[in-house]
Every structure is written in C-alpha cells, then in structure tokens.
Write a protein that binds this ligand. Structure first.
Ligand SMILES: NC(=O)c1ccc[n+]([C@@H]2O[C@H](COP(=O)([O-])OP(=O)(O)OC[C@H]3O[C@@H](n4cnc5c(N)ncnc54)[C@H](O)[C@@H]3O)[C@@H](O)[C@H]2O)c1
Length: 335
C-alpha cells in the first residue's frame, strides 16, 4: 500500500482528496494544525470511506516537528495543501502569510530531501496568470505580477520548488486550480465558511440560506456577454481526483520533467449572472442580488485551456456546474 502525506488534509480541498486517495487504496497520513478546519472532519472522512486516516496535529511552521515526522514516516508522496488562503487578509498580515505559506513549504522540501523522498504535489492557483492576454489560458501563459501577498506566495512557492528540483532528485507537479467549488455528494465534508465570504459561491449559498441579505455582484460593465466577470468553476471532487492522477504520474515515473505545471479547470467560463441563474434553477432558491461597482483586483475573465491536463495527465472533469452548485447547497443545509 502506497503511503501519502496530505498536509492540510482536514481542509476543503484536502479532505476531498483524502477521500479519493483512500478510495484508490492509498494509506493516508494527514498533517493539519486545525487553524482553518475542525477535527470532526476526520470522523466524516472515516464515515465516508470506512477507513480512518492517520492524523498528526502538527504546525508546519514547527521545523523540529516537520523533521521528526519525515524521519519517522517514509511516505511515497506528499500532497501539500496547507496554507493560508484569504486574499484580503493577506494584504493586512502579509508576513504571517509568507511565514506560513513559504516557511512551511521550505521545511517540508528540506526534510523530504534529507530523507530521499521525491514525489511532491503543490496547490497553486490560476491567480498566477492575472488577466491573461489570451483565453482560454494555457500553462504557457506568462505569470503576471501578483495582486496580493497570497498570490505572491503561490508564485514564489512554484519558484522555490523549481529550484529544489535542480539540486535534488525531487519530482514535483504544481496544479493551478481555477475556481474550486461544491462538496462531496454525501454532504459530510465541504468548505467551512470563514467570516464574510470573498468568493462567489459561498456568498450565493449563504444569501440563499438567509444568512446574508443580498449578494453584491461586483462589476456589470466588463467586456463579457452579460457584463459580469467570467470564471472557470470546477467541482472540488474533480480537483481531488486530479491529485491522485498527478501523484501516480510521479510514483510511476511518468513525468516528463522534474517540475511540471498543469491547469485544473473545466475549460468553460461562466459569468456571475449565469452562476446565479443556474443556482436558482437547481435549488429552487432565490438569490437576492444587486449590481455594484467593480472590485479592485478582479480580472474580467479567466478560464482554463484544459488540453494539456486532459491529454498529458489523462484526466478531465466529470461533474457539471449544476452538480457542483447543488452539492454546495446541500452542504450549506447541514451547517
Ligand atoms: N479554495 C480555493 O479557492 C483555492 C484556489 C486555488 C488554490 N488553493 C490552494 O489550495 C490549498 C487548499 O485550499 P483549501 O481551500 O482547501 O483551504 P483550507 O483552508 O480549507 O485548507 C487548508 C488547511 O491547511 C491547514 N493549515 C494551514 N496552515 C497550516 C500549518 N502551518 N500547519 C498545518 N496545517 C495548516 C488548515 O487548518 C486547513 O485545514 C491552499 O494551498 C490554497 O491556497 C485554494
């Protein structure tokens, strides 16, 4: 049985990935410090898969603890989700973001090197492309200056990993997520709301649930068919499955170079108004919204060119926007 470390494995994307890894027969070790997740998620994962993953309550900024973990656990691969992820907050407390997102990454890579562990998957983001000059966005699109310290941690993170592959046997894949949404079909795990949602879907769902009065749609004068911003919303379970494919690629030595990058998106762009309409259709719930001015830092449109990931990884999305929206609503109903 192959052993995998999943950092941030009790978080939104991490927990869904742990479920898929266990379904595929991997033995999973989770490291999470519960800074943005709850310990109950461990039982939820266990009830979905019938298997309890090994859990380590370690803060990855604790170099000695990271050293100790890797010295005692010879994992076949590491999937690194753990990070702070709130764009707005990262502007307020940038140093904490650099310490957590960069410091932890460096410690993990150092200890993997020290223990000759070579397979590494990194959570990156489509924000590295900024407003891309061409749509859909391929992996060859240039990386644009980051709009926030959070976005910068993803760009710097990729650079650090790339440099590490040059001086060791490390093999790494950075997966650039577009907009992960939705929940597991069991509605036992999902995205935990933190404060006022910055992302569209949690805000839509909370407005429909009556927790928020009204959704503000930022910008209705974009150069898009209905004037609202366009994004590529991808079901979190499809994202999770891509991690298993990427991990197997490294374990089986099928990678083409020591550092590879793949987009994880559906290839389909949807406007904010289209998402609201779809949500109302699949749930039968009304979403109060108003059109307001653009929000600083938002790009007009971003959606993935999926050809490279589809052909090279042999992975493609299976779940629709409607399915993702319905699952997000079912999760909200359990909260
Ligand atoms: N959700 C998105 O829209 C999105 C988009 C692009 C990229 N990403 C990236 O994907 C990854 C996972 O995102 P998510 O949405 O699941 O976030 P999340 O906050 O739900 O999960 C992150 C987990 O990491 C843990 N963690 C944070 N710092 C830690 C530390 N120092 N030590 C141990 N555990 C720590 C948290 O407790 C949490 O459980 C992150 O790296 C994020 O930046 C997310």
């Amino acid at each position: 049985m192959k052993k995998v470390l999943v950092t941030g494995g009790l978080g939104f994307i991490g927990s869904h990935t742990v479920v898929e890894l266990q379904n595929e027969g991997f033995e999973v070790y989770i490291i999470d410090n519960l800074s943005n997740s709850k310990i109950e998620v461990l039982d939820k994962i266990t009830s979905i898969t019938g298997v309890k993953p090994s859990f380590f309550n370690i803060d990855l900024r604790d170099k000695a603890a990271v050293k100790d973990f890797f010295a005692n656990n010879k994992v076949d691969g590491t999937i690194h989700f753990a990070a702070y992820k709130a764009v707005g907050e990262s502007v307020q407390i940038p140093l904490e973001y650099y310490e957590n997102n960069i410091g932890s990454l460096v410690y993990i890579l150092q200890e993997m090197k020290a223990n000759n562990l070579n397979n590494f998957i990194f959570s990156s983001s489509c924000t590295v492309y900024g407003q891309a000059d061409e749509l859909p966005i391929t992996e060859n699109a240039p990386v644009k200056p980051a709009e926030s310290p959070y976005g910068n941690t993803k760009q710097i993170g990729e650079e650090i990993i790339k440099d590490a592959t040059k001086i060791s046997e490390l093999k790494a894949i950075a997966l650039r997520y577009f907009n992960p949404i939705g929940s597991h079909e069991s509605a036992k795990i999902g995205e935990l709301p933190i404060g006022v949602p910055q992302n569209l879907i949690p805000y839509v769902v909370q407005t429909a649930a009556g927790l928020r009065d009204e959704l503000s749609v930022f910008g209705s004068d974009y150069n898009t068919p209905d004037g609202t911003a366009v994004r590529d919303y991808i079901h979190v379970v499809d994202i999770a499955k891509a991690h298993i494919v990427a991990l197997k690629r490294l374990i089986e030595d099928n990678n083409k170079s020591q550092f590879e990058v793949f987009n994880l998106g559906t290839g389909q762009g949807n406007s904010v108004l289209e998402v609201i309409k779809s949500f109302e259709k699949v749930t039968g719930k009304k979403v109060n919204f108003k059109l307001v001015a653009r929000r600083e830092g938002d790009v007009t449109a971003a959606y993935a060119d999926t050809n490279y990931a589809n052909n090279e990884l042999g992975w493609k999305t299976e779940l629709s926007l409607d399915e993702a929206l319905l699952s997000a609503w079912k999760w909200q109903e359990t909260l």
